[in-house]
Design a protein around this ligand. Structure first.
Ligand code: HEM
Length: 188
């Protein structure tokens, strides 16, 4: 939080603006939001940890789905399938050691391996391929703008350092209410 506050303060100062009583509202422009590596990293990590896309597909032709371990599955024309990359990718400890820990590193993750093989899609909150979210740039900028302004106008302090992160409501992922994925993420 401190790193984020410092970054916001610096970018604001560099833009020649300040938040003072009775002063004009702060004007955040795109270029300012492009100078926030800490915020970028925190957002990327947040999306990685909490966005669990469920990707439904109708199968239009017979095909074989090849898995990373060599297994192959016949997918039949007319089948309906759902891909849920959160468990397979986002929280796989072989891909992300200690997957539930929030880390903003300010370094873009690029080279990630599993079983010696490079993993191309190691975090896909926006989906991938032709259906990849076209609203992702808009969404990213809106979230960044909101967080930026919150840090400009408010002071944040974690009163209880031992506060637990609220549990995720699994029904929002499209899963059954009583499904338990693991001990870290449980239905309320
Ligand atoms: C944090 C916010 C968002 C997340 C995590 C998100 C995530 C996703 C994901 C995972 C998909 C792929 C679905 C699939 O493959 O079946 C998708 C598709 C889509 N998203 Fe987003 N989205 C977000 C915000 C937005 C916003 C703000 C807009 C519009 C302004 C938007 C518009 C769309 C559209 C139109 C598609 C369908 C693309 C297609 O089928 O070709 N999304 N989104």
């Amino acid at each position: 939080m401190e790193a984020l506050r410092k970054e916001v303060d610096e970018v604001l100062k560099e833009s020649g603006q300040e938040d003072r009583p009775g002063g004009p509202p702060v004007d955040v422009i795109y270029e300012m939001l492009m100078k926030t590596p800490v915020l970028d990293s925190a957002l990327e990590e947040t999306l990685h940890l909490v966005v669990a896309p469920m990707l439904p597909r109708s199968v239009l032709q017979d095909m074989t789905l090849k898995m990373g371990n060599g297994d192959e599955f016949l997918i039949r024309k007319g089948d309906r399938m759902v891909i849920f990359p959160y468990i397979a990718v986002h929280v796989d400890p072989e891909i992300h050691p200690d997957p539930y820990t929030f880390r903003y590193q300010c370094t873009k993750k690029t080279d990630i391996y599993r079983g010696g093989k490079k993993v191309e899609y190691f975090s896909i909150p926006w989906g991938s391929g032709v259906f990849k979210c076209p609203g992702r740039f808009f969404a990213t900028n809106e979230i960044k703008l909101f967080v930026f302004l919150m840090f400009v106008y408010f002071d944040f302090e974690l009163i209880n350092s031992g506060e637990k992160i609220p549990q995720i409501n699994l029904t929002r992922w499209g899963l059954k209410n009583n499904l338990k994925i693991d001990s870290n993420i449980t239905s309320p």
